[in-house]
Design a protein around this ligand. Sequence first.
Ligand SMILES: CC(C)(COP(=O)(O)OP(=O)(O)OC[C@H]1O[C@@H](n2cnc3c(N)ncnc32)[C@H](O)[C@@H]1OP(=O)(O)O)[C@@H](O)C(=O)NCCC(=O)NCCS
Length: 228
Amino acid sequence: MIIPILDTYPGSQCPVKRANQELQALWSTMLPRSSTIPIIGKVPWGLIASMEIETNRLILRRWQSSDVEPFVSLNADPRVMEFFPATLSRTETEAMISTIEERIGRDGFGFWAAELKESKGFIGFIGLNVPGYLLPFSPCVEVGWRLAFDCWGKGYAQEGARAALAFGFGSVGLKEIVSFTTVNNVRSRRVMERIGMTYDSQGDFDHPELPLRHPLRRHVLYRKVRSA
Ligand SMILES: CC(C)(COP(=O)(O)OP(=O)(O)OC[C@H]1O[C@@H](n2cnc3c(N)ncnc32)[C@H](O)[C@@H]1OP(=O)(O)O)[C@@H](O)C(=O)NCCC(=O)NCCS
């Protein structure tokens, strides 16, 4: 399993590389891999990687080339990116899609492209992800979302996220799913609360990918454990 790293430190002393190795070791204990078709949860891997998730109004699916343009616009919108360090360029957006797709192929789940059933229009992403950096609560699987501004306020994020949680606990067999965001991202925190996640008051942390004293560095952590 390869987890992409930020290769800012050359040489073997790179703390991110060391953390990443540690993360890989931990993560490999959670999802068994083999050269035959692995089974995670109840469903064969090859099947879940190509699976689509359908809700009342949405389809969560693998990414398509037609998603690139709307995702470039979404990531260039300062309203959508208010709680991220910066908007993203076309090149950064294309790289992000490649990383997401690679992870769906690797893990059988990921930040799926979200499509409106009615219009077949791409509206952003919703899904599950293994963060590519070490966090205080690693190894973990997060549930996350990013929608085009015009699609906010319609309940799409929570609808897709509920389905993603059900998939993670059911088909993948995860015991816990987390979610995290910068302290002031109230909209995202509301989604976490609406889908039944619990704020871990002991879990606030500084995001390891953001520099010291960055205004977005402090993050809150929400958890949801699989019900028996
Ligand atoms: C975070 C984000 C996905 C939340 O989107 P959202 O549309 O507010 O979230 P929901 O799907 O839960 O929708 C809730 C809203 O839809 C309304 N709504 C309308 N129809 C609804 C329906 N059928 N069902 C449920 N809610 C509905 C709710 O009343 C609520 O409105 P309110 O915000 O005025 O209270 C969105 O703000 C976003 O993409 N932000 C940028 C990216 C980001 O920050 N991602 C998180 C990083 S950790």
